[in-house]
Design a protein around this ligand. Structure first.
Ligand code: G4P
Length: 529
């Protein structure tokens, strides 16, 4: 096996998904602590600034700065080289959040034990399912009063439609939290909250057989544990690596990120159960990083620098195969020519660093002179294959854009198209109404502010946004549908995208079902290809 294949095999590239406040940042910090990447927990990002409501540009820039710098973290642990892709939460939730998942080989889902599955987790989870990537669940905050454990698992199974397999099982929660029971080793890992912020301190375990157990965790807790495990052994799905790899079964772990309990146990199991960089589909078939020696990568995120003085952009790419070396050239499939990949960067905790080399599984940022688009492929292979494109994700907020000064139509069209090309917004047009107005769709409302600000500052165009009540968009998958005859609901609006493909907007979710019922054979999709 070549050196490079060996290096790629060590890679574990995953995204962390959660609803804001479930503990994603805290868990990430603890991971980094184990990797020795940071000395002290608390340095991943400035939470205080991240929580502000955003109105002026400086704040947006700060916000974006935070989400960029913490977007990819690399560290080594137990012989693995780990790349964590952060999926920004809070107000800066945007299409980028979804696209990040396209670059990962698996996902870690953090759930607050007192809340169960929440809205944002549900949305991100759908993308993981679409990609069939392995999903691992970390049920956090066990040191606080939690929902009933069976109910939590039921919630995941019902809400997300995935089977669960608890690797360990909590003994109580909140003040009565005693630790977790390891189902395979048949021993209890005892909870201690004295390890806040440190990685030291041996984990204390006690066997199920040990007569001291009932003394340590209490007679009642032991009896309940025995009862629950018996129930669990009879009812829960058995661990099956193949189903995990296909994303059909999620191994579940319990812990408390804040007190650093259960984090290392999770990490150890996860690194073994998850996969090294996966093959990716291209127009020349599957490209397997274990067989393909040439460098190949695809762009999944473009970050425009907000500094007006130098409008540079960084294209983030996921390396799929081979080795990257600073300054090398690769063929840009969509541009049809060789390009030099300069100023390669990698994000480490809160700073960017220039890198010399990277390999399949890694994420790098490259200086983009304005030639890359989301989904583009770069490769040194003679085969010149292109990776499958990145789908367009459904925006949830829509607004009609009005220019204040109609004389500036040209700048307006140029600006809005460029911002759309970076993937921050999606633009649509009215369908057959004769109106030239543009409708913008965004995944997170912050993008409306970004659009307004950037058009004013970079293109000198002032706009007004008129919010529209639609929340659901569907692409029409069948070509033969006659749009004029399509009969929908009263809250439905027909629009088209820039490629003239028809789409439907709905205010209410139930209208989608009704429209499907009224039009036989109609196929609607949440993702645009
Ligand atoms: P996020 O990135 O998913 O948004 O969540 P984050 O890690 O920032 O955690 C949200 C809040 O929950 C933080 O408290 C954090 O300290 C707390 N937290 C995380 N993990 C646990 C846990 O295992 N147990 C308990 N009890 N709390 C946990 P905060 O007060 O909002 O912020 P901070 O001032 O502590 O930073």
């Amino acid at each position: 096996m070549s050196d490079i294949t060996n290096e790629i095999k060590k890679r574990r590239t995953f995204a962390i998904i959660s609803h804001p406040d479930a503990g994603k940042t805290t868990l990430t910090e603890k991971f980094l602590l184990y990797g020795g990447a940071i000395n002290q927990a608390g340095s991943v990002k400035g939470k205080a600034t991240a929580k502000h409501a955003v109105s002026d540009w400086m704040e947006i820039e700060k916000e974006r700065g935070i989400s960029v710098t913490s977007s990819v973290l690399q560290f080594n642990y137990g012989g693995f080289c780990i790349n964590i892709l952060d999926t920004p939460g809070h107000q800066d939730f945007s299409e980028d959040t979804y696209r990040t998942l396209m670059a990962a080989d698996s996902a870690v889902m953090v759930i607050d034990a007192s809340k169960g599955v929440e809205a944002q987790t549900r949305k991100l989870f759908k993308v993981c399912v679409m990609r069939h990537i392995p999903i691992f669940t970390f049920i956090n905050k066990m040191d606080r009063d939690a929902m009933d454990t069976f109910e939590l698992l039921d919630d995941i199974e019902k809400e997300l439609g995935i089977a669960t397999c608890p690797v360990n099982w909590p003994i109580g929660s909140g003040k009565a939290f005693k630790g977790v029971y390891d189902r395979q080793k048949k021993e209890v890992e005892l909870f201690s909250d004295t390890q806040k912020g440190t990685k030291m301190g041996a984990v204390q375990t006690i066997s199920e057989e040990d007569p001291m157990l009932s003394e340590v965790i209490g007679e009642d807790a032991k009896a309940l544990l025995e009862e629950e495990i018996e129930l669990l052994d009879g009812a829960a799905a058995e661990f099956d690596q193949e189903l995990v790899s296909k994303g059909e079964l999620s191994p579940v772990f319990f812990g408390s990120a804040l007190t650093n309990f259960g984090v290392e146990t999770f990490l150890k199991h996860f690194l073994v159960m998850t996969s090294s960089p996966l093959p990716r589909m291209s127009d020349h078939g599957l490209i397997d990083p274990m067989k393909e020696n040439d460098f190949s990568a695809f762009v999944f995120k473009i970050q425009a620098n907000m500094n007006k003085a130098h409008r540079d952009r960084i294209a983030f790419m996921r390396i799929c195969s081979g080795k990257f070396e600073a300054g090398m050239s690769a063929y840009h499939i969509q541009g049809g020519k060789d390009v030099r990949l300069s100023q390669p960067q990698q994000m480490m905790a809160s700073e960017r660093k220039i890198i010399e080399s990277a390999c399949g599984g890694d994420i790098i940022g490259i200086f983009d002179p304005g030639i890359f688009s989301i989904g583009d492929t770069l490769t040194t292979s003679k085969e010149k294959y292109a990776y499958e494109g990145i789908p367009t994700f459904a925006p949830e907020h829509f607004a009609r854009v009005r220019q204040v000064d109609t004389m500036k139509r040209k700048q307006f069209v140029k600006g809005i198209n460029q911002i759309a090309q970076e993937g921050a917004i999606q633009i649509f047009q009215e369908y057959n109404t004769g109106m030239e107005e543009i409708i913008v769709g965004v995944v997170g409302v912050l993008q409306f502010d970004v659009l307004k600000y950037r058009l004013e500052n970079e293109y000198n165009v002032e706009i007004r946004l008129e919010n529209l009540p639609y929340e659901h968009i569907r692409w029409i998958e069948n070509d033969e549908i006659d749009m004029d005859r399509l009969s929908g609901t009263s809250d439905m609006k027909k629009i088209k995208d820039l490629k003239d493909r028809p789409l439907l907007l709905f205010v209410h979710e139930w209208s989608i079902r009704m429209t499907l019922e009224r039009n036989e054979g109609l196929k609607l999709s949440e993702f645009g290809r």
